[in-house]
Write a protein that binds this ligand. Structure first.
Ligand code: HXC
Length: 270
């Protein structure tokens, strides 16, 4: 087999935070095997945390865990689970507790996406995305909350900006992410008295991700017309993640942090 040359998701260290702010912390991240959630995991690990990444594809998770451990000098382990299956998630949580003894941070990031008009979307297709994104988030919260209460920890849910306006061919994802935003807010209010925080990160178009590739034929690819002159980068979401999990955000809960370079505010003129 050819030797694998690792290229970190976060190509350079652009952090403005101290390197050790998450020393001794444990992250549990669904969807951490690739894309944005992999970058979020890497950033948290670069600041001292160990991590468990959860997903359906064990091969990919195992490879990613190896790469993240090598890149950060911390420990990352894979746990195979479909977020639609509470039993599998509970096993992933058990594995985390056996290995690390606690959970401080949770990223609910597992998501499904494809383009389809309402007229071409089957009941099962709609249900599948609702189950991965919304029910999967609920299941992850249920499986982790006893441990997050104990550590007075924090959740970040990965949502989107698709549902702020009507995004064609995305009724399933828009519905699912609107529900994720609602779940997070209720979690923040209910669990605040236990010292638990819950926030949402809503990325806009982020370059080099599967979601962006899938949506590229409905998005305007001319980045010079964007407010900041570029699409987002995984490190933009990663830096927001470090901030929200950090003590600097200790009074920020129940919020949606939009990481989209003001794209949602922009009016398009022909
Ligand atoms: C119409 C489709 C479809 C498509 C699947 N289905 N793909 N319908 N168009 N392109 C339908 C199937 O026909 C089936 O319905 C139902 O969905 C379930 O499909 P399965 O393949 O059996 O389900 P499953 O393997 O569980 O999951 C499939 C999947 C998932 C949801 C498509 O593999 C997936 O989304 N993977 C991509 C992950 C991804 O891209 N993540 C990044 C998300 S980014 P029937 O009726 O035939 O049984 C994101 C934010 C975007 O969400 C924001 C960007 C700005």
């Amino acid at each position: 087999m050819a030797s694998h040359t690792y290229v970190a998701t976060l190509k350079d260290s652009t952090t403005v935070f101290k390197n050790d702010i998450f020393q001794g912390k444990i992250l549990f991240c669904t969807g951490g095997g690739s894309g944005i959630c992999r970058g979020m995991t890497e950033a948290v690990m670069r600041h001292g945390a160990d991590a468990v990444i959860v997903g359906r594809k064990l091969d990919r998770l195992t490879q990613t865990a190896k790469e993240l451990s090598a890149a950060t000098g911390r420990t990352c382990i894979p746990a195979q689970a479909d977020v639609r299956q509470p039993k599998m998630l509970q096993e992933a949580v058990n594995k985390t507790i056996e290995r690390f003894g606690k959970i401080d941070f949770v990223i609910c990031g597992a998501a499904g996406n494809f383009l389809a008009p309402i007229s071409g979307l089957s009941e099962n297709a709609f249900k599948t995305v609702m189950e991965i994104d919304t029910l999967g988030t609920f299941n992850t919260i249920k499986a982790t909350i006893p441990h997050v209460r104990q550590s007075k920890g924090s959740y970040i849910h990965v949502s989107a900006t698709l549902h702020y306006k009507a995004t064609p061919y995305q009724v399933h994802v828009s519905s699912a992410k609107a529900a994720v935003d609602a779940l997070s807010a209720v979690l923040a209010v209910e669990e605040g008295p236990h010292g638990v925080r819950s926030n949402v990160i809503a990325p806009g178009p982020i370059g080099g991700t599967e979601g962006m590739q899938r949506l590229s034929n409905i998005a305007d690819g001319n980045s010079s017309r964007l407010p900041l002159g570029r699409v987002g980068d995984i490190k933009d979401v990663a830096n927001a993640t470090v901030f929200l999990f950090s003590e600097a955000a200790s009074y920020i809960t129940g919020q949606v942090v939009v990481v989209d370079g003001a794209m949602e505010h922009m009016r398009h003129f022909q």
